[in-house]
Ligand binder design. Structure first.
Ligand SMILES: Cc1ncc(COP(=O)(O)O)c(C=O)c1O
Length: 452
């Protein structure tokens, strides 16, 4: 371990990142922790004026029987009152609630087997997307190029489009990001992009990707990390679906964050984003970033001057439950959640196979909530753009899904459509696939008539 180096992230930060300064009030908050200090600092409202006496969270029985013994009499109820409630209803730390951050840092050590050292820290955000945007804001400098796994989550495309960078597509397949494609872009960079600075980072969704459903195997992650080091890129690992892994037990690939020391004898090149949206609640708006502290400091400065902090109430709710469950209990909960999606995947695939055989194909996902379906409009296998088909013909027949073009940074044509099986019941799924079948058959008939 002694030969492990730490990447200096400073050269990756944009010039603009230096314009963010600590907020004149929030920057002084740490001084309040000095023993004996009397604080007249913040314009915090007096919590005695808040109308809430207590908040009780009643857990669902099926998910409540977690292993950690409870100090409450009633294991199904978690009540927030007194000082904890006052804290939950008050302004709080910019990077998140200190003991929630502490819990998450311990959790990251547990899950990713990374020792706690000064090469990384956890920052809580209002969902992981909040942090992804701020991290990109901190990194992207005018004229930069950013490598984007393609197809990709349109939420990321949305904020990257507003930053002064070019998006370079790195094509993924049924096994996720393909390192061969990444290498080809990087090896030919100077020839293909004369005079342009080499890309600064790669954005990738390694587990149960939105939209492809693909999960990249560990050997590909190793190759990606080696390329990241060779070509000096950061890896932004958006692992929003990591906890929804339902593939064969023990076969989930380790994260980029877990692997970087082993593969490159180096730390600090991976910036990881986790989300509570898929396993606790998407409305609580909680996510966390695990990043080199220097980058986290810029993200925190952006937060302190924009939305101030992630919501304290939902952090206290999450922390109260997590500290009762412990890391093992939380992971057990995640496994139970993932199982729900596995059952739904199986049910959806059953009806999809029944109605779409020969008309569509897809790779079975092992995580997440999406099937990325290739529509076989031409019987001879030629690709046809799905856009009009999905946005017009399918809508007319009463089935809604997302056309593949929505996931292409350049909006290019694609024969794919993303369907989500997270909510649909089997009868609805069956009818949706039947309608999709009619749409494809109609398009096939039209294509054949045109060819005649
Ligand atoms: C790949 C991906 N990343 C990030 C997000 C946003 O997550 P959060 O709710 O934590 O902001 C989503 C939401 O669907 C997503 O699909």
């Amino acid at each position: 371990m002694s030969s492990t180096t730490t990447l200096d992230i400073a050269p990756f930060l944009s010039q603009k990142s230096q314009l963010w300064k600590a907020c004149g009030i929030r920057g002084l908050f740490p001084l309040e922790n000095i023993p004996g200090m009397i604080s007249l600092l913040a314009g915090r409202p007096n919590p005695s004026t808040f109308p809430f006496e207590s908040i009780t969270m009643k857990l669902k029985p099926a998910l409540a029987g977690m292993p950690t013994p409870s100090r409450d009499d009633d294991p199904l109820n978690l009540t927030l009152d007194g000082d904890i409630l006052s804290e939950a209803l008050q302004y709080g730390g910019t990077a998140g609630l200190a003991r929630f951050i502490e819990w998450l840092e311990e959790f990251q050590t547990h899950v990713h087997k990374r020792v706690r050292d000064d090469t990384w820290s956890v920052t809580v955000g209002s969902g992981s997307q909040d942090l992804m945007f701020k991290a990109c804001e901190a990194l992207v400098h005018e004229g930069d190029s950013v490598l984007v796994e393609t197809p990709v989550y349109p939420g990321t495309l949305g904020f990257l489009a507003a930053l002064p960078c070019s998006l370079i597509e790195v094509h993924a397949d049924g096994q996720g990001l393909n390192p061969v494609n990444l290498e080809s872009i990087l090896a030919n960079w100077e020839t293909d992009h004369p005079g342009k600075r080499a890309p600064k980072f790669l954005y990738t969704i390694p587990s149960g990707s939105n939209p492809t459903g693909a999960s990249i195997p560990e050997h590909r992650k190793v190759a990606v990390l080696q390329l990241a080091r060779k070509y000096n890129l950061l890896v932004l690992e958006d692992d929003a679906y990591a906890f929804l892994y339902y593939g064969p037990a023990g076969q989930q690939a380790r994260s980029y964050f877990a692997l970087e020391s082993e593969v490159n004898a180096e730390r600090g090149r991976v910036v990881r984003f986790d989300s509570f949206s898929k396993v606790f609640s998407s409305g609580m708006r909680l996510g966390y970033m695990t990043a080199p502290p220097r980058l986290a400091a810029v993200v925190n400065m952006i937060t302190s001057n924009t939305n101030l902090q992630p919501a304290t109430l939902t952090q206290v709710m999450a922390y109260t439950l997590l500290s009762r469950w412990g890391p093992a209990g939380f992971l057990e909960h995640c496994a139970a959640v993932a199982d729900v999606y596995r059952i739904r995947r199986d049910a959806f695939e059953r009806v999809a196979r029944k109605h779409l055989a020969g008309l569509a194909e897809w790779t079975t996902p092992v995580a997440g909530m999406f099937l990325y379906i290739k529509l076989l409009v031409h019987a001879d296998g030629r690709a046809a753009d799905s856009h009009a088909l999905v946005t017009q013909k399918a809508v007319a027949r009463g089935v809604l899904a997302v056309p593949g073009s929505a996931f292409m940074p350049g909006g290019s044509a694609t024969p794919f459509v993303r369907v989500s099986f997270s909510l649909i019941e089997e009868a609805g799924a069956e009818e949706a696939c039947r309608r999709l079948r009619d749409v494809i058959l109609e398009a096939r008939a039209e294509a054949e008539a045109e060819a005649r």
